[in-house]
Design a protein around this ligand. Sequence first.
Ligand code: ADP
Length: 619
Amino acid sequence: MSDKQINQNQYEYKAEMKQLLHLIVHSLYTHPEVFLRELISNSSDALNKIRFRRLTDANILDPDSELKISIDVDEKENTFAITDTGIGMTKEDLINRIGTIASSGTLEFLKKLKDENKSADANLIGQFGVGFYSAFMVTDEINIESTYADMNSKTYKWKSLGEDKFFIEEIEQKPRGTKIHFKLKDEFKEYSQNWNIKSTLKKYSNFVDFPIYVNGEKVNIVSALWHRKKDEIKEEELNDFYTFISNDTKPPLDHLLLNIEGTLNFKALIFFPETAPPNLFQDALEKSLQLYSNRIFIQDDCKELLPDYLKFVKGVVDTEELPLNVSREVTQSSPVLAKIKNVLTSRIIGQLEDWAENDIPKYEKFYNNFGSLLKTGLNSDFTHKDKLIGLLRFETSLKPKGEKVSLKDYVKRMAEDQKVIYYIMGDHRDLIEMNPNLEYFRKNDIEVLYLTDPVDVFTIPYIFEYDKKQLKSIEKSDIDINKDTVKEPVSESQSKNIIELFKKVLGNKVEDVIESKRLIDYPVTLVVGKQGFDPQVEKMMQYIDKNFTHSKRILEVNPSHQIIKNMATLMLVDSNNELINNTILQLYEGALLLEGKLPSPNEFLRRMNEFIEISTKKD
Ligand code: ADP
């Protein structure tokens, strides 16, 4: 949908664009110098596009013009102008590309930032495809003059005063490319100073692959960092390059410089961010790896280079093995890229393994930020599955809150007679620790992994084993209970009678009722039958499919618990006592309540009040 045309040359922004502009102008200017990076980055993209097109198409305007960016400032007039000889924009581009929000979540996200009064960081703007508008932080009126690369393209001028409208008209013919110019607001006069522009540019202009001129003077040495040797690159350069390509304000956690030679040839510079962006799980907003072919930029966000679960890294990959007229279709099915992907995946995983072994604090930092995404690889990348399993870390019943262990640590600690690896899933540790099914394990010091990450529901049940040991939820009925913890139970026949009565009263509410070997302080617990799903998995399925019905559960009864003993005594006196039936219902519903699955609390409460009445009665 394009914006509303008011008359021949005048257009009105869509409502959400107006709001966005308002936000940018009025609340996002903590780092106004960002506008410069955004405009240069747009020019550099436009130059990359024309360089690419020029390789195969001679039929363009000004085919021989130098590919460059020129910035011209005038301190007296207080003006700023940036000109590129890039691909340019058609009239339609000016209407549709400038002036619309690329991604739908942008406005909500920026509003949220503002509401939370977070230092409304203008650096974020670039991540959302509204970079151009950051210029409204430093000016009230922007002018664009642009000529598209096709032969016979006309030159159009676009002008906007910010929040409401923009104007477009055809003007006298100019060479191919785009010029953006404006007068600075008084408080941002500094951006019309030659020296100031030069020093602001210093940080990243060397990574722009085209010469940049400031008032006619060339200010950068174009150099591809990843073509240099490891020891010739300064850390500061790496950090600046990272900031340039990622829009992240913090320096990266680490980087990986690869120079692969042999049957496959490529260079790569990969960064691991220190923190996860708020939109980590949304694909649309990700810009991960850029693809270069022998230093020539081919495409941004090349999905073919990495599996989805590693898309948190940023960087560049440069290979000479692609045909130069490579198109998106070619990259999508390129065997070269498939091979590069394989090597990159192994190297990145190798780096993570190295931290996990030799730099635990760094690995923890990484894992806390990106562990959930990494786990999604367990279901999709069977080649690296074993390595990914090795990289998993979990909280556990044997360690204090916050401390995580690997499956390897777990297995090392297992007693000789323990055959499987136990886990329990739950929303958080405190809830898990109140689960009656955990009782037996804690009392007997049998380690249980606590799976609290929502992603675990989708991934962990599908790791069937580690080191030939099965992974098993302790909520299953068929777990191996071999430690003798049952103290003074009711007699065998009494227990049998009680279980029969439970079955009669509960009927088809449950799959079965059995005697519990695991319980100590709880009278009953619900467990999952052989065919059933873990409660946490069911919760997720219900969330996805509203019609999903829970599978029936098995109720385990603790024959040593005082309540069960009291019931046995009551049964001896009067097996039809109403109190016994009510106790059974109450115990069952109490177990449901603990799991958050009690459908209606009314009956439960009514019975509870009856019990209170009986126990408070004076005789
Ligand atoms: P983004 O660059 O993240 O897509 P912008 O709002 O900065 O978002 O720019 C929107 C679009 O306008 C760009 O994607 C591009 O198509 C076009 N554009 C911006 N600047 C230029 C330029 N200097 N030359 C050609 N096209 C441009």
